[in-house]
Ligand binder design. Structure first.
Ligand code: C5P
Length: 230
């Protein structure tokens, strides 16, 4: 199967407090996007990549590719949209025709081990329509109303915190985006697929696939890189 990788990288990284868009923020001397590209390419499963870039930063994003890509991997950059799902939709439209499995991987999960990409691809190639890495949750979660009053405490043991890369048969993902109401927000791709009635299969996630969101995550990422280098 030919695997295409979509990297939504159009977020501005407001919560990180960086001057640059998050994808161009350097961690351990390498940008968030370059780390993510290394992981995706390093998995050896991907033949095409489409990156959704923050608008007006497309050129700078494109420059990242020159350093990180082998000749065997083709890459394109598209302008991202207002919400993550708009960015993914635009990137999906730019995937080459030969792709039959699509991975969607947040640039922000930049230190994801390459093996996790392989696990997700294998599960899709093995017959699952939609595959998502997930980890047990460590915190007890509460559902609250708009005044902050607790309405429900779901059983933690049946919950999973989901990560990326999420993998899909191409038609399944395309159908989900076609069916998605424009005003229905979704924070990941599998939730759109779920709404079309397809089963979403969970594979074990990885603690190093955490999302760099807050300054504390940058500290963690730096520590992890230092450990990997030693
Ligand atoms: O905001 P959140 O942490 O959910 O973003 C997850 C990923 O989606 C990030 O890699 C970010 O760059 C990307 N994103 C995007 N387009 C947006 C918003 C976020 O590509 N409009």
């Amino acid at each position: 199967a030919e695997v295409g990788l979509i990297i939504p990288a159009a977020g501005m990284g407001t919560r990180l407090g960086s001057e640059l868009p998050k994808a161009l923020h350097a961690i351990g001397g390498t940008t968030v996007l370059a780390h993510a590209l290394r992981a995706g390419v390093g998995s050896g499963t991907v033949s095409s990549i489409v990156i959704a870039a923050p608008s007006r930063w497309e050129t700078r994003i494109h420059e990242q590719l020159e350093y990180e890509l082998p000749d065997t991997v083709e890459a394109r950059v598209v302008e991202g949209g207002e919400r993550r799902q708009d960015s993914v939709r635009r990137a999906m439209d730019a995937l080459p025709g030969n792709i039959d499995i699509v991975l969607v991987h947040d640039a922000a999960r930049c230190l994801t081990p390459p093996a996790l990409f392989g696990d997700v691809v294998s599960a899709v190639a093995g017959g699952h329509d939609a595959v998502v890495p997930g980890l047990p949750v460590v915190d007890t979660l509460r559902e609250v109303d708009d005044r902050g009053v607790v309405v429900r405490t779901p059983d933690r043991t049946v919950l999973r915190a989901v990560q990326t890369p999420q993998g899909f048969r191409r038609e399944v993902l395309e159908d989900a985006y076609r069916a998605a109401a424009p005003d229905e927000p979704a924070t990941d791709d599998a939730s759109l697929v779920e709404r079309t009635g397809h089963q979403v299969h969970i594979v074990p996630g990885h603690s190093e696939a955490f999302k760099v969101t807050h300054p504390l995550d940058v500290l963690l990422a730096e520590a992890l890189l230092a450990r990997r280098a030693s």
